[in-house]
Design a protein around this ligand. Structure first.
Ligand code: MN
Length: 744
């Protein structure tokens, strides 16, 4: 039991070990192609030529030993072949293709899977992180056999850990305790789990471990005597009731005793139940009959009876447990189960290759069975042969999730198909809102990169990032990321939302033969505003703009409301719709004559130019000035020249003009930024303009008085709303005191 003594240097002979494996493959009575297994051994031996283990043996001895464990676990031929080759991709020149050529793609995939798991960086974390780590390994494995091979590999490495450095012993033992023993448990492999735990414990707490083993050793003669006597007593009791059974006894595994000692704060003399008994019978009714006999023979300890037959554990474990008090007053535990249950308990998932498990009806009973996938597989197995079963044994448990690392090594759990945007928002809204790029496994990726299990993801942020883009709503996979992006738009870009929402609703209205004039009727829109808890029609536009309600839905509600209005109101509404339709028609007619996006009242096809003093853009309130011989010059209504000259001699030369509703031109305008002079000011302004995709024509900066700077920007914009947004962003740059448009 004690394996901490470092055995003297005796190099193992790999050929002798493999001969032994061959003999056991033959003795197993299963249909192995031994020539194929031998070919795998030969390949591994050649590939690892010259490599040595810490105990001085040729490296390939590890591969053979792991393959022996895989055989003991009951794994199939492909798994045993893959176990022999499991370190080839990681540690030798040979590749995935070499393995495919010799042994087929299944074996190559298995080896590749094990290699990926080997490369995962382990760091000790809090419990929740460990659970994610285990899930990630399962998800990465894709095929459950990859995990089983990895467990065989780890078991052999733990058995030979004595040759490693203290630091490596501690790290590997911790990883075994936190990752591999729980995985073995989850897969129902009790035998492997116990051995992993005991091996890990002796490196993690050697003192505690030896305290227990020494104590057991000192009590061994006494314990053996007690166990033999009790076993005989149970056997004769069962015989007299005509129950056919096998009774086993054992000393419990060290780690379970250790946990009991520390969690229940009892010292070893108080741990009576160091030993346990098992009664294995042929049928489920016999389990309960045997329980009756036991409780008749011995006094049961209240509260210690558990029925995992009617309610199996999530990992498929089934048995009845009870604790009774023997004639010497010593309590001991008894597990009662059928042979099928026994194999499942010992070998878990792997039992299905090794034994033919029959009745699984009890498993089907549990609805909240977390291992539904195994249950599904068990059901599949009943209808098909074992070969198909193996192919179906894929880990689809986490098919809709993906697990990635943060740079600090935290495992982040995201929906399958998630992108760096989802990752950023899952860390914090601020990270998402300030994201300017992403790096995955040290390479820059696009924001629509689909994250893969095990990726290490790093998000680049910047204080002056422009914030999320509307495209992100389509790229993000998780609902929470989309919600956060929508919240940002709602908060940060009201003007733009109002404009967008208005456009969206208008085009939706056009579809339905309606006009936005409908929204001049309070009776039409008030019910919808109330329903959405909004105050004004602009709020409604904004709501549509950021995606709080779709334009289609809003349009339908408004139309329905107009239809359901009382007669007079309805008449008004319909009148308004008709008037609006007429106006639209006239407008459309006039717009055919629009020049540079401008309609001049009463004059078609006249020359139109934009004044240089105020440089108006669509959306600005405007007015026209009839020049001498140069057509109409367009000014903003807040232009100094208009305000100064609108009355007096020139009054008659000012005429009404308006923007056409469809404008495809871009407009050039200018604004001036006043700021406290500082280093980096112009760079900051340029960065903001750049991130907003503004088309800058010129940008000039000068110092006016010491400490004061003026920056003049000329750029192309589509409309006043865009311009207003750009100016508001510029105004928020540190040091900027004022932003004014030309001519204002
Ligand atoms: Mn290995």
């Amino acid at each position: 039991m004690d394996t901490t003594d470092v055995k003297p240097y005796i190099p193992l002979d790999p050929d002798a070990m493999f001969s032994e494996l061959e003999a056991r493959l033959e003795a197993s009575g299963r249909n192995f192609d031994i020539g194929r297994v031998r070919a795998a051994y030969e390949m591994a031996k050649r590939a690892h030529e010259g490599q040595k283990r810490k105990d001085g043996s040729p490296y390939v001895t590890h591969c053979v030993a792991a393959a022996q464990i895989a055989l003991d676990m009951g794994l199939d031929e492909d798994s045993i072949v893959a176990t022999l080759l499991h370190d080839i991709i990681e540690d030798t020149e040979l590749t995935h293709e070499d393995i495919t050529r010799e042994f087929g793609s299944t074996v190559a995939e298995l080896v590749e899977g094990v290699t990926k798991l080997t490369r995962v960086q382990y760091t000790s974390k809090e419990d929740e992180q460990m659970e994610n780590m285990r899930k990630m390994l399962l998800a990465m494995a894709k095929d459950i056999r990859v995990i089983l091979i990895k467990i065989a590999d780890r078991l052999h490495n733990m058995r030979t850990m004595a040759y490693q450095s203290k630091e490596k012993q501690r790290l590997k033992s911790l990883e075994t305790m936190e990752i591999y023993a729980p995985l073995a448990h989850r897969l129902g492999m009790q035998r492997a789990k116990w051995e992993l735990e005991d091996l890990a414990l002796q490196y993690l707490d050697p003192e505690g471990y030896h305290e227990i083993t020494n104590d057991i050793e000192s009590k061994l003669p006494q314990l053996e005597e007690f166990m033999e006597a009790t076993k005989e007593k149970i056997e004769s009791g069962m015989r007299s009731e005509h129950i056919t059974c096998t009774v086993q006894h054992r000393i419990k595994h060290i780690y379970s005793i250790y946990r009991k000692m520390y969690s229940q704060k009892v010292d070893l003399s108080g741990v009576f139940d160091l030993c346990a008994f098992r009664v294995i019978v042929d049928s489920i009714p016999d389990c309960y009959n045997a329980l009756g006999v036991l409780h008749y023979m011995f006094k049961p300890v209240p509260g210690r009876f558990k029925d995992y037959i009617s309610t199996p554990k999530p990992n498929m474990y089934q048995s009845v447990h009870t604790t009774v008090i023997g004639s010497e007053g010593i309590p001991f535990e008894v597990q009662i189960r059928t042979w099928d249950m026994h194999y499942t308990a010992e070998y878990g998932v792997a039992a299905h290759w090794k034994y033919k498990i029959g009745d699984t009806s009890a498993l089907k009973a549990g609805d909240e069975d977390k291992f539904a996938w195994i249950r599904r597989l068990l059901e599949t197995q009943q209808e098909s042969d074992a070969g198909d079963f193996i192919h179906d044994l894929k880990v689809d448990m986490f098919a809709d999730e993906v697990f990635v690392f943060s740079p600090k090594g935290d495992v982040i759990n995201l929906p399958n198909g998630a992108t760096p945007i989802d990752f950023a928002y899952s860390i914090h809204s601020d990270i998402g809102n300030h994201m300017i790029g992403a790096v995955v496994n040290s390479r820059i990726v696009n924001l629509n990169y689909v994250l893969q299990n095990g990726d290490i993801v790093e998000i680049r942020t910047s204080k002056s990032a422009p914030g999320p883009n509307r495209d992100w709503l389509n790229i993000a996979k998780s609902g929470s990321a989309r919600t956060k992006i929508k919240q940002w738009f709602k908060r940060e870009r009201r003007d733009e939302n109002v404009m967008r929402g208005r456009e969206m609703l208008e085009s939706e209205f056009k579809h339905n033969g309606l006009s936005l004039d409908l929204l001049e009727n309070e009776a039409v829109y008030t019910p919808l505003l109330n329903k959405l808890s909004l105050q004004t029609v602009d709020d409604l536009y904004a709501c549509i703009g950021y995606g709080g309600i779709t334009a289609t839905r809003a349009a339908h509600r408004l139309r329905d409301e107009a239809m359901h209005l009382g007669t007079s109101d309805r008449k008004t509404a319909i009148d308004k719709m008709n008037e609006a339709a007429e106006r639209r028609e006239q407008q459309a007619k006039r717009e055919q004559h629009a020049i540079n996006g401008i309609l001049v009242e009463g004059i078609d096809n006249c020359l139109v130019k934009f004044s240089r003093c105020c440089m108006p853009v669509p959306g600005d309130p405007i007015v026209g000035f009839i020049t001498r011989g140069q057509g109409v010059s367009i000014h903003r209504k807040d232009c100094r020249n208009y305000l100064n000259q609108s009355a007096g001699d020139n009054e008659a030369r000012w005429i009404k003009v308006s923007w056409a509703s469809q404008i495809s031109n871009v407009y050039v305008t200018t604004f001036t930024i006043a700021a406290r002079d500082r280093s980096g000011l112009v760079l900051d302004i340029a960065t903001v303009l750049n991130t907003l995709n503004a088309k800058v024509r010129t940008l000039s900066a000068r110092t006016t008085v010491p400490g004061e700077a003026l920056v003049v920007v000329t750029l192309e914009v589509k409309n006043a709303s865009d311009l207003k947004y750009i100016i508001s962003r510029i105004a928020s740059i540190p040091g900027v005191t004022n932003v004014t448009r030309a001519g204002g």
